[in-house]
Design a protein around this ligand. Sequence first.
Ligand SMILES: Cc1cc2nc3c(=O)[nH]c(=O)nc-3n(C[C@H](O)[C@H](O)[C@H](O)COP(=O)(O)O)c2cc1C
Length: 203
Amino acid sequence: MSILLVTASPRGESSLSTKLANDLANKLQARDGGDIVRRDVGANPLPHIDGVFAAAINKPADARNAAEAEAVAISDKLVDELLAADSVVISTGLINFNISSALKAWIDNVARAGRTFSYTENGPVGLATGKKAYLVLASGGVYSEGPAAALNHAVPYVKTVLGFLGISQVEIIYVEGVAFGPEAAEKAIAAAIARAEELALAA
Ligand SMILES: Cc1cc2nc3c(=O)[nH]c(=O)nc-3n(C[C@H](O)[C@H](O)[C@H](O)COP(=O)(O)O)c2cc1C
């Protein structure tokens, strides 16, 4: 069993999403065994996809120049990590009502026609099947329910894009309301740890 842990906060040890994602990955490892492959796109940001990438993925390998080959090599490595995983733990802070741009760059690099999805006569088909995903989402406000729920673009977006890649089982762990003072933040962390425990106990 292999767990891919994708963390996307630039805040290092202060990051709540990273802390809780590590906690969940450790619990899944204690349950299933295997390795944790760490991809920290907060500490080590990926290149955003650009014109070089767009040109490169649409031509055969032997027609790519050096910059195009490099762009595809980075993307291929990330795709390989995703395809090899049995479980995928992804974490981010909610940034301006969506995922961080660091995590968006990871998604843009792993969503690859012919590798993680393909177009067929019956429409697109996800190729990254047979795995379960977990999204750890830290936020200043509360978005899992209540009046701000409609402003949570992170969860519907991540579920949509992972579903497109063939990962339909996505569990959400909220670390929310952390801007409402230290007591609220501690409650949010405790609730997220309990939720991780519950998920790790589930088969
Ligand atoms: C630039 C910026 C934008 C943010 N946007 C939102 C937001 O739209 N909604 C929200 O509830 N919190 C927002 N936050 C608060 C973060 O989601 C919160 O601090 C979270 O803990 C960050 O994740 P991290 O602890 O893993 O770094 C924002 C924080 C920053 C720095």
